[in-house]
Design a protein around this ligand. Structure first.
Ligand code: T3D
Length: 270
């Protein structure tokens, strides 16, 4: 039993179950939710649990406090002049890359509710999510060039696809902060919303997606993600195969019945 004065250590990631919707909140607000190893491990565990739970059909990722995520916690990277250099490739291999891969491979929609500044790997973590909503006061900063690094966590891959090569290079090389409304205008994110409305909008979107035909959303996510790297021929074949699988799903049968009966469909994600 915990001693009477025991105070539970707050987790680096808060997990809220809202029926079929899971809300994950990065929780190091005094550090703008920048990543240390504990936050990496907590987020990965929460993502894996959401992926493995059939009851969970949509996920929201957000941040506690005034920021979404400031990327790597740089206080873990300070070294005396002449001290041994850290192996940043190892950190990417161990933490950032598996996280981005996990989000992209997750067969459920992941909404990012960017509540404040998203910088460095924090910006690219947000951009790896399926639908990005941002508070109007939020901004996205590819801060890497200011410390001599490249945009990691998929940034060099995602940015040109979202905003084009010319703008991607400028944002990456100049570390220009992109306010949420501009991010929406240039196609970097789905939508900017009023600060006070952010979580309400994210939850409404998440609840709608959690009631949607999950298998169809998963196939849609995978097909759109691969689209810019495969030929039209390959994509047509893959659409055919996906449609064949979905045609056998209970949700498709229910969708057609509900349409014909002029009623709301009840999808079960099967
Ligand atoms: O290392 C590896 O393993 C490789 C992987 C790298 C991935 C990366 O993400 S590298 C990029 C790391 N991130 C950055 O370079 C961003 C650094 N932060 C900023 O540029 C700015 O803080 C922000 C643009 C995010 C926000 O600016 P602003 O003016 O709103 O806030 P601020 O005053 O700069 O920051 C508030 C506090 O958070 C401040 O602490 P203090 O003075 O109140 O005690 C600041 O030091 C702290 N903070 C912000 N970002 C980080 C951070 N502390 C540690 N690490 C941070 N990344």
């Amino acid at each position: 039993m915990a001693p009477e004065n025991h105070v539970a250590k707050p987790s680096e990631v808060l997990v809220e179950h809202r029926g079929a919707l899971r809300v994950l909140t990065l929780n190091r607000p005094d550090k703008l939710n920048s990543f240390n190893e504990a936050q990496h491990r907590a987020l990965r565990a929460a993502m894996d649990a959401a992926a493995a739970d059939d009851e969970c059909r949509a996920i929201i990722l957000t941040g506690a406090g005034r920021g979404f995520c400031a990327g790597q916690d740089l206080s873990d990277r300070v070294r005396p002049e002449g001290g041994a250099a850290p192996d940043l490739g190892a950190t990417l291999e161990t933490f950032y890359n598996p996280l981005i891969r996990a989000i992209r491979a997750l067969p459920k929609p992941v909404i990012c509710a960017v509540n404040g500044v998203a910088a460095g790997a924090g910006a690219n973590l947000a951009l790896a999510c399926d639908l990005v909503l941002a508070a109007r006061s939020a901004k996205f900063v590819q801060a890497f060039s200011k410390i001599g690094l490249i945009p990691d966590s998929g940034g060099t891959w995602m940015l040109p696809r979202l905003v084009g090569e010319a703008r991607a290079k400028a944002l990456a090389m100049l570390a220009i902060p992109v306010p949420a409304e501009e991010a929406e205008r240039i196609g970097m994110i789905y939508r900017a919303v009023d600060d006070a409305a952010l979580m309400g909008e994210a939850i409404a979107l998440g609840e709608a997606l959690a009631k949607a035909p999950t298998l169809g959303l998963a196939e849609t996510k995978a097909l759109i993600q691969q689209a810019l790297t495969v030929s039209l021929d390959r994509q047509l074949d893959d659409e055919r195969d996906a449609q064949r699988r979905l045609g056998r799903s209970a949700d498709y049968a229910e969708g057609v019945r509900a349409f014909m009966e002029k009623r709301e469909a009840t999808f079960r994600g099967r």
